[in-house]
Design a binder for this molecule. Structure first.
Ligand SMILES: [Cu+2]
Length: 153
């Protein structure tokens, strides 16, 4: 029984992690969007073997890709663009609702639950060399995180 459940879980949830420049990405996902919604946030866990930075990205699903962070300012959640997301050796940086995220801006079509969206991240290592990391972002339901905040632009 356990073995059977394990097999189901593997096929449903385990996606091979993507690697570039000793950077590993796990669990890349985005919220499904409503028709007309102009942007979507993408979340993931970023791990690095050596210091590196994510410096940008691109996706066929949107006109452009930006790196953002959210923070509380005077009681209001504010989102702003950041030039890079720094990764430390042996550490994991979580991109999650309410914090750092990758933003797909100018969506060409709504993101639908169950869909997979290609995303390329540019990763720069400590020597300044830039590599591209190809990801598949899984689109999940909006309601998955109860109490999540509205993401506005
Ligand atoms: Cu954003």
């Amino acid at each position: 029984m356990f073995r059977l459940m394990g097999a189901v879980a593997l096929s449903a949830f385990l996606v091979a992690p993507a690697w570039a420049a000793d950077v590993q990405v796990r669990n890349a996902w985005a919220r499904a969007t409503a028709p007309g919604q102009p942007a979507a946030a993408v979340f993931m866990d970023l791990g690095a073997e050596r210091p590196a930075s994510v410096i940008g990205g691109a996706s066929p699903a949107s006109e452009r890709v930006e790196l953002h962070t959210m923070s509380m300012q005077d009681g209001v959640m504010v989102m702003r663009r950041v030039p890079e997301i720094k990764l430390g050796a042996g550490k994991t940086v979580q991109l999650k609702p309410g914090g750092l995220h990758v933003m797909l801006i100018g969506l060409k079509a709504p993101l639908q639950e169950g869909q997979t969206v290609p995303l390329t991240l540019q990763v720069r290592d400590a020597a300044g060399k830039v590599e591209e990391l190809q990801l598949d972002v899984q689109v999940r339901r909006q309601a998955e995180h109860a109490g999540g905040m509205q993401h506005r632009h």
